[in-house]
Design a binder for this molecule. Structure first.
Ligand code: ADP
Ligand code: MG
Ligand code: MG
Length: 249
């Protein structure tokens, strides 16, 4: 699904990623952990195609196709979804209308007509039932006055509707409350399938009590320096990151 080789990237002439390798197969859930400033969000943003980063070396393949030259929208149309760390408020645009537009834009990019209203409604109904989202929420203005948990609910709903091949959830280090964590975890657990893959970026192990990853990677100083199974997250929680830094010297 995703194959990243020797990725090196700068921002403002500062090297952030220093030869990062990562492979994610369909059906897998990967967690990326690491100390603050390691480059986790940079990696997520680069996979999604954000333009403020300069990729100086390496390759990013999605299903065998090099996506590193594609614009963010094109990557999204190819099935890459990045959760929004700082969701914008759009007064007057409901949660439902926003996602309808997003879906139809994706279809248009592929040369398809708008999704028939009946199918769209059916899909909205199915996904909101799956995620236990009520109707009132769907008609609210996007992100306007949303609590942390509601923002997460909206993101997970968008993910459910867009059915990405590769979903990247970058959980900011700032405290997600337990309610928001459960919403994210529940959503990921319900939406994962043998055909899609999820990368969960998290500073803390807490989220991984609810989402059990197949692989846990430690990102340190612009590289993945250690990979393990879910037990690695527990070890990091207990021992912090310093022992990994020491192993590297
Ligand atoms: P993480 O998500 O692991 O905490 P980031 O990817 O956000 O790390 O940041 C990695 C490094 O890149 C940090 O040293 C940070 O200060 C720097 N950085 C990230 N974004 C920018 C930016 N827009 N301008 C300048 N430096 C940045
Ligand atoms: Mg950070
Ligand atoms: Mg970050």
């Amino acid at each position: 699904m995703l194959k990243i080789e020797n990725l090196q990237a700068n921002i403002d002439d500062k090297t952030i990623l220093k030869g990062l390798n990562l492979q994610v197969k369909a059906g897998e859930v990967h967690a990326i952990m690491g100390p603050n400033g390691a480059g986790k969000s940079t990696l997520a943003n680069i996979i999604a195609g954000k333009e403020e980063y300069e990729v100086t070396n390496g390759s990013i393949e999605l299903n065998g196709e090099d996506i590193s030259e594609l614009a963010p929208e094109e990557r999204a149309h190819n099935g890459v979804f990045l959760s929004f760390q700082y969701p914008v408020e759009i007064p007057g645009v409901s949660v439902t209308n926003f996602i309808k537009t997003a879906i139809n834009e994706t279809r248009k990019a592929k040369g398809l007509e708008d999704m028939p209203a009946k199918d769209m409604l059916k899909k909205i109904r199915e996904k909101s039932e799956l995620l236990e989202i009520d109707r009132k929420f769907l008609s609210r203005s996007l992100n306007e006055g949303f609590s942390g948990g509601e923002k997460k609910r909206n993101e997970i709903f968008q993910m459910a509707m867009l059915e990405p091949k590769l979903a990247i959830l970058d959980e900011t280090d700032s405290g997600l409350d337990i309610d928001a964590l459960r919403i994210v975890a529940n959503g990921v657990n319900k939406l994962k399938s043998k055909d899609n893959a999820v990368i969960v970026i998290t500073h803390y192990q807490r989220l991984l009590e609810y989402i059990v990853p197949d692989f846990v990677h430690v990102l340190h100083d612009g590289k993945i320096v250690k990979t393990g199974d879910a037990s690695l997250a527990l070890e990091l929680e207990a021992k912090g990151y310093d022992w990994i830094k020491q192993e590297l010297v």
